[in-house]
Design a protein around this ligand. Structure first.
Ligand code: SF4
Ligand code: ZN
Length: 714
């Protein structure tokens, strides 16, 4: 019988030999100088960067790393019979060898994976995980290496994790099984078929290592902090179906070294190591055993609906051909509204449908819908209404077979044929909203009832009334300035993966994720004083222009556990606010024009700084101050406080067109009021005008952009 440790050593040798072969072949074909890069990442070969501190850019550089990898693999002969360190190092070596194999596929081929295989994971995808990870919407990750004993069991375990919100990566034959069972797969639904072979696992390890570098500010080569980060911050685990080959066992050793338990039904030459290597012969119990091993506890809300409910369905797309009803607020009268009522006016859990239901129309028809959520509670405040209302989008969107976009009277809801066929009706939207509102806001909502209107005449009238309320709220929001409130708030939600980061949220500067306004932070604080948002006083002003307060510095120091001592709210150069990684936009100094460039996450093209969003993001995250670069929310761009210390929004010289269009109205108003310049967006270049400094400067000179004549930035 072969010892488990020897299976690790042999497996790592096997992986190494495959890497060597692939490298020799590629070198013979393309030569040492051939460029080597994985697409859409600023982290090179991230595992090489994280473990070896190496920024690999050519094929030839892999020769040297192969030598280094070898030193981590003593093999069965060289190792002390049960030297744990050698075993773990062999696991890491297997990941590195796997990265060599996988990276070579991308030489001269940007898309080596065809069909549903995902292969390399982009930086943008890594960042996408930021927010759901902090909020606990993604409670963990699983890597399933298969095939499972049957197609049915494969589908069951995958869906089982999906409905629990666990992010699923698939490797090997289980991907074919999922395809045969018609499971919809992809990043948005959190089921990612990585690749057919075990070495594709390196892409998942790369994701984890980048998360540590992006969100945790872990420095390349810092093994201790890397292990600490993956152990404490990444709730991952592995399910490996028998029979498990030695090469898979070697990757398993790497996973265990990172703190990720492996659960398997392979009993051959396996040992049980509590919480690390767990034999569970009954594969139907994999989910429960795994969740227990990684200490993942779920907050389950029981909702009386005929379909599943999980944050994994948030990204689900319902195509035109698959929809039963199309609720389209841009064509018919629709709206959503949350209202505070007196407790006596509310019958808790009442759900009333005023008008026809989904059955009354032909499949694929347009449908009008208005939802009023009425709440009552001793601690309820009208300032909470918009906060709760904006959650309707998320609450409904997590329902399987239902897609929701937009808010207020510009919503779009699609009900799929599949959901309709199993009995989903208008009332169930009410069930979802009732359960989630009560569950998430139990400290203020004592009673809740839902009214769903579907008669066009009613909707016309109600929509007009709703708009009066929206306008009133907007006026209140617009009247709030940093000067006329008594306190700011901080938000430390992102510390669960970016431990040193703190956002300071003011009326004129929302959180960099774009999701937390001053009112949101206030509500979060009042709903739960021990939650992520805390009061920040603003009594001791240090510098008005920079937006520096002694109280803010103290609060930031305390909240960042001493990592950060000084933060200004209005400057990009002097002690700028830090970023976790989930910024909507990044602003960076553009030296030639004496201005700044802003790029939003959705924009994948080049900026005149010679960097893409991803590349700029590598300089901006991890809770570290990076003067000259700053992450921020989209709505901050039109704020009068936007880089006020450097002269404000009139410094903006370039933005992607879509972003420019989005903020145009508000931005033009701001610059007109502050600087007397009309139609300022006409001065700002975009990707259709310039993607390099030369054409940018030509455009700015033609327009005589105000930044050209402003005080030098640097
Ligand atoms: Fe994270 Fe800042 Fe948004 Fe809070 S406000 S969730 S800390 S990015
Ligand atoms: Zn964040």
């Amino acid at each position: 019988m072969k010892l488990l440790f020897n299976r690790v050593f042999d497996g790592a040798d096997e992986m190494y030999a495959l890497a060597e072969k692939a490298l020799d072949k590629a070198l013979a074909e393309y030569g040492d100088e051939a460029p080597l890069a994985l697409p859409n990442t600023g982290y090179f070969l991230a595992n090489h960067l994280a473990y070896l501190s190496k920024k690999i850019t050519t094929l030839g550089e892999l020769r040297e790393s192969m030598v280094k990898i070898k030193t981590w693999m003593p093999g069965a002969q060289g190792a002390h019979a049960n030297h744990l360190r050698d075993v773990f190092h062999s696991g890491y070596a297997a990941f590195l060898a796997a990265e060599v194999i996988e990276a070579i596929k991308y030489v001269n081929n940007a898309h080596p994976y065809k069909g549903e295989y995902h292969g390399h994971i982009s930086d943008a995808e890594v960042r996408e995980l930021g927010v759901p990870l902090v909020t606990g919407d993604i409670p963990g990750f699983t890597v399933i290496i298969g095939p499972a004993p049957s197609d049915d069991e494969a589908a069951e375990i995958i869906k089982g994790y999906q409905t629990r919100g666990i992010f699923v990566f698939l490797i090997g034959g289980i991907i074919d099984q999922a395809r045969r069972k018609n499971l919809s797969m992809g990043f948005p639904v959190r089921i990612v078929p990585v690749g057919p072979d075990i070495w594709s696992v390196t892409h998942i390890i790369s994701l984890v290592n980048r998360a540590a570098m992006i969100f945790g500010a872990v420095q390349p080569g810092d093994h201790d902090r890397l292990d600490e980060y993956t152990f404490y911050r990444i709730k991952a685990f592995v399910n490996a179906f028998a029979p498990v080959a030695d090469i898979v066992v070697s990757a398993g050793a790497g996973a265990i070294a990172m703190g990720f338990p492996v659960i398997t039904n392979d009993t051959q030459d396996m040992w049980k190591v509590p919480k690390s290597l767990i034999i569970q012969e009954n594969t139907e119990d994999f989910i429960e055993t795994s969740m227990e091993a990684r200490d993942i506890k779920l907050k389950i809300t029981a909702i009386d609906i005929p379909v599943a409910y999980s944050s994994a369905f948030e990204g689900e797309i319902i195509r035109r051909a698959d929809m039963q009803v199309d609720i389209d607020g841009s064509r018919v009268d629709c709206f959503e509204l949350v209202r505070t009522k007196d407790a006596s006016e509310i019958e808790d859990h009442a759900i009333e449908i005023i008008g026809q239901d989904f059955d009354s129309v032909e499949p694929g028809s347009r449908f009008a819908l208005g939802i009023i959520v009425e709440v009552a509670g001793k601690n309820m405040q009208s300032d909470f209404e918009p906060v709760f209302e904006r959650r309707i989008h998320y609450f409904i969107n997590c329902t399987e077979g239902i897609m929701h976009t937009g808010q207020r009277d510009l919503i779009r809801v699609r009900i799929s044929k599949a959901a309709f066929e199993v009995g989903f009706r208008a009332r169930h939207l009410g069930e979802v909203l009732y359960a989630k509102m009560k569950n998430e806001y139990e400290s203020v909502i004592d009673k809740c009832q839902i009214k769903i209107y579907t008669k066009p005449d009613d909707l016309k009238k109600l929509r007009t009334e709703a708009n009066i309320i929206y306008n009133k709220r907007d006026a209140r929001l617009a009247s709030l300035t940093d000067e006329n409130v008594n306190v700011f708030y901080n938000c430390i939600l992102c510390q669960s993966f970016s431990p040193a980061h703190v956002c300071v949220v003011t009326p004129e500067r929302l959180g960099l994720c774009g999701a937390v306004s001053w009112l949101d932070a206030k509500a979060t604080n009042e709903l739960n004083p021990n939650g992520p948002c805390h009061l920040v006083k603003k009594d001791k002003l240090l510098d008005e222009r920079l937006g520096a307060w002694e109280d803010v510095n103290e609060a930031v120091n305390k909240a960042s556990h001493g990592n950060l001592n000084k933060v200004t709210l209005y400057s990009i150069l002097t002690d700028p606010m830090t970023s976790c990684g989930c910024f909507e936009c990044i602003c960076g100094i553009e030296p030639a024009s004496n201005g700044v460039v802003i790029v939003n996450r959705e924009h994948t093209g080049m900026t005149p700084l010679g960097m893409t969003f991803s590349e700029m993001a590598t300089m901006t995250g991890g809770g570290i101050q990076t003067p000259g670069f700053m992450g921020h929310g989209k709505y901050f761009i039109a704020s009068k406080k936007f880089i006020m210390a450097e002269g404000g929004s009139q410094r903006i010289v370039w933005m992607p067109k879509a972003l420019k269009d989005l903020v145009a109205e508000r931005l033009n108003k701001t610059v007109s009021e502050l600087n007397g310049i009309e139609n300022f967006t006409g001065y700002i270049a975009d990707e259709t005008i310039a993607e390099d400094t030369e054409s940018l400067m030509q455009f700015l000179n033609e327009k005589n952009h105000p930044a050209l004549a402003m005080e030098p930035l640097l």
